[in-house]
Write a protein that binds this ligand. Structure first.
Ligand code: ADP
Ligand code: CIR
Length: 373
């Protein structure tokens, strides 16, 4: 009966076959035709837009992106199943944000997550969070004008940061004609230095979600004077806010990010989208809750001796760690065997637990690299 509906029939037909042929596509796995049928017409259309990326890309692991900050709560019967399955938490569990290291297990005496205690040299450390503004549609549903308006709004906030002695720096815009517009060569340099995101236009998952539409309008990044505090504008989330530094003390990037986030959040008119159940709202359900990814670039030549990340990934998975390449997700590992390591968990975990999980994970991975453990 659902498939005969002229408005949605084609998408539903595809969905039904994906359900059978692609069991790893979580959107299709948890799409309930009875639930869909009970929705109003406009809700039906909205849910299919949320699911479009996974309908058009059968091999999706997740398969859906929220389009409005309220989507996780208004489509809760759908999203709560997808989220529980992906994040391996019981359905209905409420996310709580907590940056306090007090009481988190696995911190060395003195409270310092110091990689030199593990015998490691200074490494490139980075902590980022995804954030979205409560008063704009999420990137997948933004019009070109929304994207430009959001960039304008953020430039007002950046002017405040630039005036502060601990931040300074400047904004770099990809929007043609913008007063802070940078050349293509400058953009490529920022990407190479890990300060700016890659062109997302050729990512089929983001494209079919509408997230990369209107590229490069409304896209850019703020970089502090010391290049250690960065805010991306217009990638998969409205904002990706991060701290980076080469060093051994993980607390430095973690604490600086928390302090900077408090400053950004206190700027009048900037309100981050948050769900009472799911924590900070992100476009992709994989990032929900903390929106946090804490990573280091770590050299593991033995685990990558075959030139691939295969063995490193197999060792890291049971440790709760993800392995990425030197340019981030879906990029190759370094020629010297350097990889990007980060705890995989984002949801129903404290921010403080993520940074401690990175420290503990690096310790265990180093032992495995050295043939111990
Ligand atoms: P995200 O971390 O926002 O999910 P990516 O995995 O695509 O996105 O990474 C974005 C950029 O951040 C890439 O240039 C990547 O190399 C860089 N990056 C990630 N972790 C580190 C790190 N520890 N040190 C330096 N650059 C990093
Ligand atoms: C998928 O479903 O496989 C893609 N939409 C990507 C999911 C991973 N999420 C992400 O990179 N933020």
């Amino acid at each position: 009966k659902y498939l005969k509906d002229s408005r949605y029939g084609d998408k539903l037909k595809r969905l039904m076959s994906i359900k059978v042929l692609y069991p790893n596509n979580l959107m299709a796995k948890h799409f309930d035709f009875g639930y869909f049928d009970g929705l109003s017409d406009s809700m039906k259309g909205s849910l299919l837009t949320v699911c479009n990326s996974g309908i058009e890309n059968e091999d999706s692991g997740m398969g859906c992106y929220a389009m409005q900050p309220e989507d996780y709560d208004r489509f809760k019967p759908f999203f709560s199943k997808v989220i529980a399955d992906y994040h391996r938490v019981p359905e209905g569990k409420v996310h709580i944000n907590d940056w306090s290291l007090a009481g988190v297990r696995g911190i060395p005496a003195g409270g310092k997550l110091d990689l030199s205690l593990l015998g490691l040299p200074p490494l490139s450390m980075r902590v980022r969070v995804g954030r979205n503004l409560a008063d704009f549609p999420l990137p997948g549903a933004m019009t070109k004008q929304d994207r430009l308006n959001m960039e304008t709004k953020m430039c007002q906030a950046f002017a405040k940061l630039i005036a502060m002695s601990q931040y300074g720096g400047r904004y770099h815009s990809l929007t043609p004609g913008h007063k802070d517009h940078i050349s293509d060569a400058e953009y490529q340099n920022l990407v190479k230095s890990h300060l700016m995101f890659k062109n997302m236009a050729d990512d089929p998952y983001l494209a079919t979600a509408g997230i990369s539409s209107d590229w490069p309008h409304g896209r850019g990044c703020y970089v502090s004077a010391d290049k250690g505090f960065i805010i991306w504008v217009g990638e998969e989330d409205h904002l990706r806010i991060m701290c980076m530094k080469t060093g051994t003390l993980l607390n430095e990037v973690f604490d600086r990010l928390k302090a900077a986030l408090d400053v950004v959040e206190s700027i009048p008119g900037l309100q981050f989208a948050k769900s009472p159940t799911f924590g900070y709202v992100t476009s992709c359900p994989t990032n929900l809750g903390t929106g946090m990814r804490a990573s280091v670039h770590l050299k593991v030549p033995n685990l990558t001796a075959d030139g691939t990340d295969k063995k490193a990934k197999a060792v890291c998975k049971p440790l709760g760690l993800s392995v990425r390449g030197m340019g981030g997700e879906h990029t190759p590992i370094g020629a010297d065997g350097t990889v990007d390591i980060s705890p995989s968990a984002r949801f129903c975990i404290k921010e403080a637990e993520i940074i401690v999980a990175l420290y503990k994970g690096i310790k265990l991975l180093k032992e495995r690299e050295e043939g111990k453990g």
